[in-house]
Design a protein around this ligand. Sequence first.
Ligand SMILES: Cc1ncc(COP(=O)(O)O)c(C=O)c1O
Length: 379
Amino acid sequence: MVTTKPAARPDNPRFSSGPCAKPPVWKLDALSDAPLGRSHRAAVGKAKLAEAIDLTREVLGVPADYRIGIVPASDTGAFEMAMWSLLGERPAQMVAWESFGAGWVTDVVKQLKIEATTHTAEYGEIVDMAALNYDNDVCFTWNGTTSGVRVVSGDVIPADRAGLTLCDATSAAFAQDLPWDKLDVTTFSWQKVMGGEAAHGMLILSPRAVERLESYTPAWPLPKIFRLTKGGKLIEGIFRGETINTPSMLAVEDYLVALKWGRSIGGLDGLMHRANANARAIWNFCADKPWIANLAVDPATRSNTSVCLKFTDDRITDGAAFAKAVAKRLEAEGIALDIGAYRDAPAGLRIWCGATVETSDIEAMLPWLEWAFEAEINA
Ligand SMILES: Cc1ncc(COP(=O)(O)O)c(C=O)c1O
């Protein structure tokens, strides 16, 4: 039992699940090469945008024949642009086991109103990805940020599928190994695992996704901000850094700093290693304590980025109020910021473990979590 305040404190108490902590090497000065006040269409701007695309490809190991584009409106913009541009050619399978996946179901069923089968699971559980019809288009989230449950592997996705797979990988990219050959559309935003700035979305398209874009025109109108084709051909410029509208060159510079840091620590392997070490520190802590547990029911599906925890002590009568009070104590002590569970998720905590978080900070925070738990029980 920890009833006195631990001596050690995390150097960085930022454990938010987005925007996430900046890379450990980050300084405002590192952005001094940003071409501010210049046109993003000038050579210098275009070169920065192209570098962001090239480094993304290098660090993530995206195949050479996949397109990578920087698009407006963060991950939501990228994923909705893909759904609005590609879906409707055949029925869809909509898959959700937490809040963001559920949002994509609403888009397809209530807004696009296309023929769709919906597969859902409760928070903590996951949909059986082997039971889906991959001759339909399949929309899913790789890592459920609000439930801390992730897809374990893409092996069950058939290589010879007739439909497309659309994957929201915003809290998985740079922390989990994504099977590019099984993903036709992959989206993410900069402010998650790389600790970049929010604003822009990344849209990664397989050759089959491009084929669909060039052979199918949706029945609904597409605003300029979503348009990926012109005259039935892909707008290739988008995938060279000629963005649809104006990007923030400061945010681009910041993403470049993060990517270069990622490359310097061993690229994807180094980034995954850091996230794994962070999550493992929390899993080990929970294994030792009878009062807290992972929200993910099957240990194989536990996220290594958005680690979601629930309190399991019988003495707790109001779970939501208890979790909030624990998070508030930790915030007030400057030990852990923004670790309350997502508003739609079951009561508990969500601790970001992506690569920009230091394992030593997680380790320093955990005794404080025990302290806050005991203090709240005693209160
Ligand atoms: C799985 C998932 N999808 C979508 C979003 C929305 O992302 P953005 O705010 O970058 O549009 C989030 C944000 O946390 C998320 O976790």
